[in-house]
Design a protein around this ligand. Structure first.
Ligand code: FAD
Length: 376
Protein backbone atom coordinates (compact mmCIF):
# COMPACT_ATOMS: atom_id res chain seq x y z
CA UNK A 1 0.00 0.00 0.00
CA UNK A 2 1.31 3.47 -0.92
CA UNK A 3 -0.08 6.50 0.93
CA UNK A 4 0.51 10.07 -0.27
CA UNK A 5 -0.02 12.69 2.43
CA UNK A 6 -0.31 16.36 1.40
CA UNK A 7 0.90 18.67 4.19
CA UNK A 8 3.69 18.25 6.76
CA UNK A 9 1.77 19.83 9.64
CA UNK A 10 0.81 18.27 12.97
CA UNK A 11 -1.65 15.81 11.45
CA UNK A 12 0.32 14.81 8.35
CA UNK A 13 3.57 14.15 10.23
CA UNK A 14 1.87 12.21 13.05
CA UNK A 15 0.20 10.03 10.42
CA UNK A 16 3.46 9.53 8.52
CA UNK A 17 5.24 8.26 11.64
CA UNK A 18 2.44 5.85 12.48
CA UNK A 19 2.23 4.42 8.96
CA UNK A 20 5.98 4.10 8.59
CA UNK A 21 6.30 2.27 11.89
CA UNK A 22 3.70 -0.23 10.64
CA UNK A 23 5.67 -0.80 7.42
CA UNK A 24 3.34 1.15 5.09
CA UNK A 25 5.00 3.01 2.17
CA UNK A 26 4.21 6.68 2.92
CA UNK A 27 5.40 9.95 1.41
CA UNK A 28 4.53 13.48 2.59
CA UNK A 29 4.52 16.42 0.16
CA UNK A 30 4.89 19.84 1.79
CA UNK A 31 4.44 23.18 0.02
CA UNK A 32 6.84 25.13 2.25
CA UNK A 33 10.58 24.73 2.61
CA UNK A 34 12.11 22.79 5.50
CA UNK A 35 12.01 25.78 7.88
CA UNK A 36 8.24 26.22 7.50
CA UNK A 37 6.32 29.28 8.63
CA UNK A 38 5.64 30.82 12.03
CA UNK A 39 2.38 29.24 13.31
CA UNK A 40 2.17 30.31 16.93
CA UNK A 41 4.66 29.50 19.65
CA UNK A 42 2.94 27.05 21.95
CA UNK A 43 0.14 24.53 21.89
CA UNK A 44 -2.06 23.23 24.68
CA UNK A 45 -1.92 19.46 24.20
CA UNK A 46 -4.71 17.50 25.85
CA UNK A 47 -5.35 13.75 26.22
CA UNK A 48 -6.36 13.43 22.54
CA UNK A 49 -3.14 14.89 21.16
CA UNK A 50 -0.93 13.24 23.76
CA UNK A 51 -2.33 9.76 23.19
CA UNK A 52 -2.08 10.17 19.39
CA UNK A 53 1.59 11.12 19.72
CA UNK A 54 2.25 8.14 22.00
CA UNK A 55 0.47 5.79 19.57
CA UNK A 56 2.09 7.01 16.33
CA UNK A 57 5.58 8.29 17.17
CA UNK A 58 8.64 6.13 17.83
CA UNK A 59 9.06 5.89 21.63
CA UNK A 60 12.12 8.20 21.72
CA UNK A 61 10.26 10.93 19.83
CA UNK A 62 7.25 10.65 22.16
CA UNK A 63 9.56 10.75 25.20
CA UNK A 64 11.26 13.91 23.90
CA UNK A 65 7.89 15.69 23.51
CA UNK A 66 6.70 14.53 26.92
CA UNK A 67 9.94 15.53 28.70
CA UNK A 68 9.84 19.09 27.37
CA UNK A 69 6.16 19.85 28.00
CA UNK A 70 5.20 22.38 30.64
CA UNK A 71 3.51 21.40 33.90
CA UNK A 72 -0.07 20.11 34.20
CA UNK A 73 -2.83 22.61 33.38
CA UNK A 74 -6.01 21.53 35.13
CA UNK A 75 -7.85 24.77 35.71
CA UNK A 76 -8.19 28.24 34.20
CA UNK A 77 -7.69 31.19 36.52
CA UNK A 78 -9.57 34.48 36.35
CA UNK A 79 -7.44 37.49 37.27
CA UNK A 80 -8.76 40.92 38.25
CA UNK A 81 -7.38 44.14 39.61
CA UNK A 82 -8.14 44.45 43.38
CA UNK A 83 -6.98 47.74 44.91
CA UNK A 84 -4.31 48.10 42.26
CA UNK A 85 -3.06 44.55 42.64
CA UNK A 86 -3.51 41.71 40.16
CA UNK A 87 -5.31 38.92 42.05
CA UNK A 88 -6.81 35.50 41.28
CA UNK A 89 -10.56 36.04 41.67
CA UNK A 90 -11.86 32.75 40.32
CA UNK A 91 -11.02 29.30 38.95
CA UNK A 92 -12.78 27.16 36.36
CA UNK A 93 -11.86 23.53 36.05
CA UNK A 94 -10.58 22.43 32.64
CA UNK A 95 -13.08 19.63 32.10
CA UNK A 96 -13.76 19.97 28.38
CA UNK A 97 -17.42 20.82 29.06
CA UNK A 98 -19.32 23.68 27.39
CA UNK A 99 -16.41 24.86 25.25
CA UNK A 100 -13.90 24.76 28.13
CA UNK A 101 -10.43 23.34 27.52
CA UNK A 102 -9.56 19.80 28.62
CA UNK A 103 -6.70 19.27 31.06
CA UNK A 104 -3.34 19.17 29.31
CA UNK A 105 0.17 20.57 29.09
CA UNK A 106 1.88 23.15 26.90
CA UNK A 107 4.35 22.22 24.18
CA UNK A 108 6.68 24.57 22.32
CA UNK A 109 5.32 24.35 18.80
CA UNK A 110 8.56 24.75 16.78
CA UNK A 111 10.16 22.06 18.97
CA UNK A 112 7.22 19.70 18.44
CA UNK A 113 7.46 20.20 14.68
CA UNK A 114 11.21 19.59 14.72
CA UNK A 115 10.67 16.36 16.69
CA UNK A 116 7.96 15.30 14.22
CA UNK A 117 10.34 15.89 11.29
CA UNK A 118 13.20 13.95 12.90
CA UNK A 119 14.07 10.73 11.06
CA UNK A 120 11.52 11.42 8.32
CA UNK A 121 14.13 12.75 5.84
CA UNK A 122 13.35 9.97 3.39
CA UNK A 123 9.57 10.52 3.73
CA UNK A 124 8.99 14.30 3.52
CA UNK A 125 9.45 16.19 0.22
CA UNK A 126 9.62 19.96 0.80
CA UNK A 127 8.79 22.65 -1.77
CA UNK A 128 6.07 20.45 -3.32
CA UNK A 129 2.74 22.26 -3.70
CA UNK A 130 -0.14 19.90 -4.43
CA UNK A 131 -2.37 21.18 -7.25
CA UNK A 132 -4.83 18.39 -8.19
CA UNK A 133 -5.63 14.69 -8.22
CA UNK A 134 -7.43 12.22 -10.43
CA UNK A 135 -9.09 8.99 -9.29
CA UNK A 136 -8.27 6.27 -11.78
CA UNK A 137 -10.28 3.25 -12.94
CA UNK A 138 -7.86 0.82 -11.24
CA UNK A 139 -8.66 2.39 -7.84
CA UNK A 140 -5.43 4.36 -7.50
CA UNK A 141 -5.09 8.15 -7.28
CA UNK A 142 -2.73 10.23 -9.46
CA UNK A 143 -1.46 13.41 -7.83
CA UNK A 144 0.07 16.54 -9.43
CA UNK A 145 2.33 19.22 -7.96
CA UNK A 146 3.02 22.79 -9.04
CA UNK A 147 6.56 22.01 -10.18
CA UNK A 148 5.33 19.30 -12.56
CA UNK A 149 6.04 16.34 -10.24
CA UNK A 150 3.42 13.57 -10.12
CA UNK A 151 2.90 10.54 -7.90
CA UNK A 152 0.47 7.64 -7.75
CA UNK A 153 -0.99 6.24 -4.54
CA UNK A 154 -3.53 3.80 -3.16
CA UNK A 155 -4.63 6.50 -0.70
CA UNK A 156 -4.38 10.31 -0.89
CA UNK A 157 -4.67 12.14 2.44
CA UNK A 158 -5.34 15.88 2.50
CA UNK A 159 -3.57 17.10 5.65
CA UNK A 160 -3.05 20.51 4.10
CA UNK A 161 -4.72 22.72 6.68
CA UNK A 162 -7.50 25.28 6.53
CA UNK A 163 -6.93 26.30 2.90
CA UNK A 164 -6.76 22.63 1.80
CA UNK A 165 -6.45 22.24 -1.96
CA UNK A 166 -7.27 18.52 -1.61
CA UNK A 167 -10.57 19.38 0.13
CA UNK A 168 -11.38 22.12 -2.43
CA UNK A 169 -11.31 19.54 -5.22
CA UNK A 170 -12.71 16.56 -3.27
CA UNK A 171 -15.45 18.23 -1.19
CA UNK A 172 -16.10 21.52 -3.01
CA UNK A 173 -19.22 22.27 -0.92
CA UNK A 174 -17.22 22.67 2.30
CA UNK A 175 -17.10 26.33 3.36
CA UNK A 176 -14.70 28.07 5.70
CA UNK A 177 -16.67 30.72 7.60
CA UNK A 178 -14.86 33.72 9.06
CA UNK A 179 -16.61 34.36 12.39
CA UNK A 180 -15.12 37.85 12.52
CA UNK A 181 -13.06 37.32 15.70
CA UNK A 182 -9.45 38.48 15.66
CA UNK A 183 -6.72 37.99 18.25
CA UNK A 184 -3.14 39.11 18.62
CA UNK A 185 -0.92 36.41 20.06
CA UNK A 186 2.60 36.80 21.35
CA UNK A 187 5.28 35.43 23.64
CA UNK A 188 7.62 37.05 26.13
CA UNK A 189 10.72 35.61 27.83
CA UNK A 190 9.83 34.65 31.40
CA UNK A 191 12.99 36.30 32.73
CA UNK A 192 11.73 39.70 31.47
CA UNK A 193 8.68 39.58 33.76
CA UNK A 194 10.09 37.46 36.60
CA UNK A 195 10.13 40.41 39.01
CA UNK A 196 6.40 41.20 38.60
CA UNK A 197 5.07 38.27 40.66
CA UNK A 198 2.92 37.24 37.71
CA UNK A 199 4.66 33.90 36.96
CA UNK A 200 4.22 32.82 40.59
CA UNK A 201 0.61 33.99 40.64
CA UNK A 202 -0.51 31.84 37.71
CA UNK A 203 1.91 28.89 37.97
CA UNK A 204 1.29 26.47 35.07
CA UNK A 205 -2.41 27.31 34.70
CA UNK A 206 -3.89 29.22 31.80
CA UNK A 207 -5.28 32.53 33.03
CA UNK A 208 -7.64 35.14 31.75
CA UNK A 209 -7.31 38.70 33.06
CA UNK A 210 -10.31 41.00 32.94
CA UNK A 211 -9.46 44.54 33.90
CA UNK A 212 -11.38 47.75 33.03
CA UNK A 213 -13.10 46.14 30.04
CA UNK A 214 -9.92 44.62 28.56
CA UNK A 215 -9.32 40.88 28.39
CA UNK A 216 -5.95 39.19 28.11
CA UNK A 217 -5.26 35.45 28.08
CA UNK A 218 -1.96 34.21 29.50
CA UNK A 219 0.00 31.04 30.12
CA UNK A 220 3.55 30.20 31.17
CA UNK A 221 5.61 27.47 29.52
CA UNK A 222 8.33 26.26 31.89
CA UNK A 223 10.06 23.33 30.21
CA UNK A 224 9.88 20.38 32.60
CA UNK A 225 13.25 19.17 31.37
CA UNK A 226 15.55 21.71 29.69
CA UNK A 227 15.33 20.96 25.93
CA UNK A 228 19.13 20.65 25.51
CA UNK A 229 19.30 17.96 28.23
CA UNK A 230 16.16 16.25 26.94
CA UNK A 231 17.64 16.01 23.44
CA UNK A 232 20.78 14.43 24.90
CA UNK A 233 18.74 11.94 26.90
CA UNK A 234 15.92 11.06 24.49
CA UNK A 235 16.49 12.03 20.89
CA UNK A 236 20.04 12.86 19.85
CA UNK A 237 18.97 12.61 16.19
CA UNK A 238 16.95 15.82 16.69
CA UNK A 239 18.74 18.72 15.01
CA UNK A 240 20.77 20.65 17.61
CA UNK A 241 19.35 23.99 16.42
CA UNK A 242 15.85 22.89 17.49
CA UNK A 243 16.83 23.12 21.17
CA UNK A 244 19.43 25.90 21.09
CA UNK A 245 18.38 29.15 22.70
CA UNK A 246 14.96 27.95 23.87
CA UNK A 247 13.95 29.46 27.19
CA UNK A 248 10.84 29.53 29.40
CA UNK A 249 8.27 32.09 28.30
CA UNK A 250 4.83 33.61 28.81
CA UNK A 251 2.42 33.30 25.90
CA UNK A 252 -0.45 35.75 25.71
CA UNK A 253 -3.39 36.78 23.54
CA UNK A 254 -5.62 39.85 23.32
CA UNK A 255 -8.81 40.20 21.26
CA UNK A 256 -9.09 42.90 18.62
CA UNK A 257 -11.02 43.68 15.43
CA UNK A 258 -10.26 43.48 11.72
CA UNK A 259 -10.52 47.28 11.43
CA UNK A 260 -7.89 47.89 14.12
CA UNK A 261 -5.58 45.20 12.73
CA UNK A 262 -5.72 46.82 9.31
CA UNK A 263 -4.46 50.13 10.60
CA UNK A 264 -1.46 49.36 12.81
CA UNK A 265 1.67 47.27 13.19
CA UNK A 266 0.69 44.22 15.23
CA UNK A 267 2.98 44.60 18.23
CA UNK A 268 2.26 48.37 18.52
CA UNK A 269 -1.48 47.62 18.43
CA UNK A 270 -1.09 45.00 21.18
CA UNK A 271 0.60 47.65 23.34
CA UNK A 272 -2.26 50.11 22.66
CA UNK A 273 -4.92 47.49 23.44
CA UNK A 274 -3.34 46.68 26.80
CA UNK A 275 -2.38 50.17 27.97
CA UNK A 276 -5.10 50.27 30.68
CA UNK A 277 -4.02 46.95 32.20
CA UNK A 278 -1.92 46.68 35.39
CA UNK A 279 1.83 47.22 34.93
CA UNK A 280 2.72 43.49 35.09
CA UNK A 281 0.50 42.76 32.09
CA UNK A 282 1.69 45.82 30.19
CA UNK A 283 5.25 44.64 30.74
CA UNK A 284 4.38 41.22 29.28
CA UNK A 285 3.43 42.91 26.00
CA UNK A 286 6.19 45.52 26.05
CA UNK A 287 8.90 42.85 26.49
CA UNK A 288 7.46 40.43 23.91
CA UNK A 289 9.54 39.02 21.06
CA UNK A 290 8.23 41.25 18.23
CA UNK A 291 8.74 38.63 15.51
CA UNK A 292 6.42 36.12 17.20
CA UNK A 293 3.65 38.67 17.80
CA UNK A 294 1.10 37.65 15.19
CA UNK A 295 -2.55 38.26 14.27
CA UNK A 296 -4.94 35.31 14.33
CA UNK A 297 -8.23 35.01 12.48
CA UNK A 298 -10.91 32.70 13.94
CA UNK A 299 -12.97 30.62 11.52
CA UNK A 300 -15.19 27.54 11.50
CA UNK A 301 -16.04 24.87 8.96
CA UNK A 302 -19.74 23.97 9.18
CA UNK A 303 -20.04 20.16 9.37
CA UNK A 304 -20.64 18.36 6.07
CA UNK A 305 -23.19 15.56 5.76
CA UNK A 306 -21.47 12.16 5.32
CA UNK A 307 -19.97 11.45 1.88
CA UNK A 308 -19.17 8.06 0.32
CA UNK A 309 -15.71 6.71 1.16
CA UNK A 310 -13.09 6.72 -1.60
CA UNK A 311 -9.27 6.47 -1.74
CA UNK A 312 -9.15 10.22 -1.03
CA UNK A 313 -9.63 11.46 2.53
CA UNK A 314 -8.90 14.46 4.75
CA UNK A 315 -7.68 15.06 8.31
CA UNK A 316 -7.29 18.01 10.69
CA UNK A 317 -7.92 21.64 9.78
CA UNK A 318 -8.57 20.58 6.19
CA UNK A 319 -12.02 19.37 7.30
CA UNK A 320 -12.79 20.91 10.72
CA UNK A 321 -11.61 23.92 12.70
CA UNK A 322 -11.55 24.16 16.48
CA UNK A 323 -9.98 27.34 17.85
CA UNK A 324 -7.67 26.35 20.71
CA UNK A 325 -7.75 22.59 20.16
CA UNK A 326 -7.53 22.02 16.39
CA UNK A 327 -4.03 20.57 16.73
CA UNK A 328 -5.30 17.93 19.15
CA UNK A 329 -8.05 16.99 16.71
CA UNK A 330 -5.60 16.84 13.78
CA UNK A 331 -3.35 14.44 15.69
CA UNK A 332 -6.35 12.42 16.86
CA UNK A 333 -7.54 12.10 13.24
CA UNK A 334 -4.03 11.01 12.23
CA UNK A 335 -4.08 8.28 14.85
CA UNK A 336 -7.53 6.99 13.86
CA UNK A 337 -6.75 7.06 10.13
CA UNK A 338 -3.42 5.34 10.76
CA UNK A 339 -5.11 2.55 12.72
CA UNK A 340 -7.71 2.07 9.98
CA UNK A 341 -5.16 2.01 7.13
CA UNK A 342 -2.91 -0.42 8.98
CA UNK A 343 -5.87 -2.79 9.40
CA UNK A 344 -6.42 -2.63 5.63
CA UNK A 345 -2.69 -3.04 4.93
CA UNK A 346 -2.66 -6.21 7.06
CA UNK A 347 -5.65 -7.55 5.11
CA UNK A 348 -8.07 -7.40 8.05
CA UNK A 349 -10.32 -4.75 6.48
CA UNK A 350 -11.29 -3.66 2.97
CA UNK A 351 -9.50 -0.37 2.19
CA UNK A 352 -12.62 1.68 1.47
CA UNK A 353 -14.40 0.27 4.55
CA UNK A 354 -11.38 1.27 6.63
CA UNK A 355 -11.41 4.83 5.26
CA UNK A 356 -15.20 5.03 5.75
CA UNK A 357 -14.83 3.85 9.37
CA UNK A 358 -12.17 6.52 10.00
CA UNK A 359 -14.39 9.23 8.46
CA UNK A 360 -17.38 8.20 10.61
CA UNK A 361 -15.22 8.42 13.74
CA UNK A 362 -13.76 11.76 12.64
CA UNK A 363 -17.21 13.25 11.99
CA UNK A 364 -18.44 12.03 15.38
CA UNK A 365 -15.43 13.35 17.31
CA UNK A 366 -14.48 16.52 15.51
CA UNK A 367 -17.56 18.20 14.04
CA UNK A 368 -18.05 20.50 17.03
CA UNK A 369 -21.35 22.06 18.20
CA UNK A 370 -19.81 25.52 17.67
CA UNK A 371 -19.17 24.72 14.01
CA UNK A 372 -22.69 23.32 13.61
CA UNK A 373 -24.10 26.69 14.74
CA UNK A 374 -22.39 28.36 11.76
CA UNK A 375 -24.74 26.34 9.52
CA UNK A 376 -27.86 27.92 10.99
C1 FAD B 1 -1.66 30.97 17.05
C2 FAD B 1 -2.30 29.61 17.10
C3 FAD B 1 -2.41 28.95 18.33
C4 FAD B 1 -2.99 27.68 18.37
N1 FAD B 1 -3.07 27.04 19.58
C5 FAD B 1 -3.52 25.77 19.61
C6 FAD B 1 -3.50 25.02 20.83
O1 FAD B 1 -3.09 25.53 21.90
N2 FAD B 1 -3.93 23.72 20.83
C7 FAD B 1 -4.38 23.14 19.68
O2 FAD B 1 -4.74 21.95 19.71
N3 FAD B 1 -4.44 23.82 18.50
C8 FAD B 1 -4.02 25.11 18.44
N4 FAD B 1 -4.03 25.79 17.26
C9 FAD B 1 -4.61 25.14 16.07
C10 FAD B 1 -3.61 24.23 15.40
O3 FAD B 1 -2.44 24.96 15.08
C11 FAD B 1 -4.19 23.63 14.11
O4 FAD B 1 -5.46 23.13 14.37
C12 FAD B 1 -3.27 22.53 13.58
O5 FAD B 1 -2.04 23.07 13.18
C13 FAD B 1 -3.91 21.78 12.42
O6 FAD B 1 -3.03 20.78 12.01
P1 FAD B 1 -3.09 20.25 10.51
O7 FAD B 1 -2.04 19.20 10.41
O8 FAD B 1 -4.48 19.90 10.15
O9 FAD B 1 -2.72 21.51 9.61
P2 FAD B 1 -1.43 22.43 9.65
O10 FAD B 1 -0.66 22.24 10.88
O11 FAD B 1 -1.94 23.79 9.26
O12 FAD B 1 -0.53 21.86 8.46
C14 FAD B 1 -0.92 21.96 7.11
C15 FAD B 1 0.35 21.84 6.26
O13 FAD B 1 -0.04 21.69 4.88
C16 FAD B 1 0.82 22.49 4.09
N5 FAD B 1 0.12 22.78 2.83
C17 FAD B 1 -0.92 23.63 2.66
N6 FAD B 1 -1.33 23.62 1.37
C18 FAD B 1 -0.51 22.74 0.72
C19 FAD B 1 -0.43 22.29 -0.63
N7 FAD B 1 -1.26 22.74 -1.59
N8 FAD B 1 0.53 21.39 -0.96
C20 FAD B 1 1.39 20.90 0.00
N9 FAD B 1 1.35 21.29 1.30
C21 FAD B 1 0.41 22.20 1.65
C22 FAD B 1 1.10 23.71 4.96
O14 FAD B 1 2.26 24.40 4.54
C23 FAD B 1 1.24 23.07 6.35
O15 FAD B 1 2.57 22.68 6.60
C24 FAD B 1 -3.48 27.07 17.19
C25 FAD B 1 -3.37 27.75 15.96
C26 FAD B 1 -2.77 29.00 15.92
C27 FAD B 1 -2.65 29.69 14.57
Amino acid sequence: MRVVVVGAGLGGLTLAHGLRRAGVDVVVYERDGALGRQQGVSLHIDDRGASALRACLPPAHAAMVEATMGGPREQTLTLSDRDGELTVTGTRSSDGMAGRARPGRQVHRPLLRAVLLTELDDVVRFGAEFTRFEQRADGTVRVWFADGRTDTADVLVGADGVGSAVRRQYLPDVRVVDVGRRMIMGATPLRAVAGTGLPGLIGDSPASAHVRGTMMALGVLRFTQPPVAARRQWLSALHRSAVAEIEDYVMWAVPTTQERLGSAAVWRLAKELTMDLPSALRLVVAEAWPDVTVPLRVGVIPPMPAWPASPVTVIGDAIHLAPGFGGNLAMQDARHLCEALVEAYRGRFDLLDAIGAYEDTMRRNSFTPAAAKANT
